[in-house]
Design a protein around this ligand. Structure first.
Ligand code: UD1
Length: 371
């Protein structure tokens, strides 16, 4: 029997959608005894940053839209917090539970609003730590984990981090990686699109680049050095560079965009849909990124990934997978690029729980806890 008080799933920004989609599906398959409600906070709002994912991932349209929008961290977090609280208070009965994913501002804001109203909250992808408080996402992770009732971890380092922080083990469940569920589910359709061939690119004949972190794109000197690295790479392999809105704005502001546009071997693109990006990633010779999720997706695909950061909250991608942190030293980064191109780079293995079935385990935990 379906009980009246629902479970609310929150999604706010691009990296959330591919995590929420398999959980909604798994809750339906598991015939969860409660209604599901999907709330979109509106942190990301452009069609290319949001709508395309709903379409491709077969997600239901959000039941509730909060219009969180862009802004400073404080303003964005406050707007989402206040509007999610208002939504919760307007419900006929408070939800049975709220599920938040990842580490974006919407994750922390909605967790805070819900726990203060006494609603149980589950955090999916809990326990990850970069140990770098200069990263806004690290603050979001630490705060969210401190206040949530159920902490569902994606890799074993998450369990160890939470134990070290004194979180009682009964609040923690290892479930594996829900984002990899989506990858497994979507890979055939992504390959069938034939995106590399349509761009004139041979398998392993190109590199895929994504950059959006403030630490890489907000400083003119750093972004200029990264553009020089891309030019160096483009002398060896075509470079596909889909640009996040933040990055595009900085490239324009710092007068770098024309340099990239003029380069025959650098293919500058608007943000890609999920399948286009996955199809490109799967056949790339290497991926150069500062994303969190792409470090995991390349490990699942066995594609070499060089991460332009000096730390990662996802250590399994380095110890078990295909990822290497290349930090700030772009000469060291170049040495790694050569290792990949010359076939000397490590081959990764599989990570526990990244098997395409994590969302089923999440559904079981939620049903057991909240039925
Ligand atoms: C956010 C997340 C980050 C995640 C990233 C993925 C936080 C703290 N950061 O960073 O963890 O890796 O999403 O994309 O939550 N903009 C648009 N259209 C949009 C959304 C944003 O043009 O749909 C522009 C706005 O000018 C905005 C800027 O991009 O100011 C940055 O967006 P914001 O949501 O603040 O952070 P992200 O850098 O996307």
């Amino acid at each position: 029997m379906i009980e009246s008080s629902p479970v609310v799933f929150v999604a706010g920004a691009r990296p959330n959608f591919m995590k929420v989609a398999p959980m909604l599906r798994a809750m339906t398959s598991a015939a969860a005894p409660f209604e599901r409600v999907l709330v979109h906070t509106g942190q990301h709002y452009d069609a290319a940053m949001s709508d395309v994912f709903f379409r491709e991932l077969g997600m239901p349209a959000p039941d509730v839209h909060l219009n969180g929008g862009s802004g400073s961290h404080g303003a964005q977090t406050a707007r989402v917090l206040a509007s999610f609280e208002e939504y919760l208070l307007g419900c006929a009965a408070l939800p049975r539970g709220v599920v938040v994913v990842g580490d974006v501002n919407s994750t922390m804001a909605c967790a805070l609003a819900a726990v203060k109203l006494g609603v149980p909250v589950a955090h999916v992808e809990a326990g990850l730590r970069s140990f770098d408080r200069g990263m806004p996402e690290e603050i979001n992770r630490v705060v969210t984990d401190a206040i949530c009732d159920l902490l569902l971890t994606s890799e074993r380092a998450g369990d160890a981090n939470l134990a070290r922080e004194g979180i009682p083990p009964e609040r923690v469940r290892f479930v594996g990686n829900v984002m990899i569920d989506t990858l497994v589910h979507q890979l055939p359709a992504a390959r069938a699109l034939g995106v590399p061939a349509a761009m004139g690119l041979a398998p392993r004949g190109y590199a895929l680049v994504t950059l959006h972190r403030p630490s890489n794109v907000d400083e003119p000197a750093r972004l200029t050095a990264l553009v020089a690295l891309l030019e160096r790479l483009a002398a060896q392999r075509a470079v596909v560079f889909p640009t996040h809105p933040r990055t595009r704005e900085r490239l324009e502001r710092f007068g770098l965009i024309e340099r990239l546009r003029a380069h025959g071997a650098i293919l500058l693109r608007d943000p890609l849909g999920y399948r286009e990006n996955l199809g490109l990633m799967a056949d790339a010779a290497l991926v150069l990124t500062d994303s969190g999720g792409i470090q995991e997706e390349t490990t699942a695909l066995g594609v070499p990934c060089l991460t332009l950061r000096s730390n990662t909250e996802r250590p399994a991608t380095v110890t078990d997978g295909t990822n290497t942190l290349v930090g700030d030293d772009l000469d060291a980064a170049w040495a790694r690029v050569l290792e990949v191109l010359e076939g000397r780079y490590k081959r990764g293995g599989v990570v526990e729980g990244w098997d395409g079935h994590a969302a089923e385990r999440v559904a079981q935990v939620l049903i057991d806890a909240w039925r």
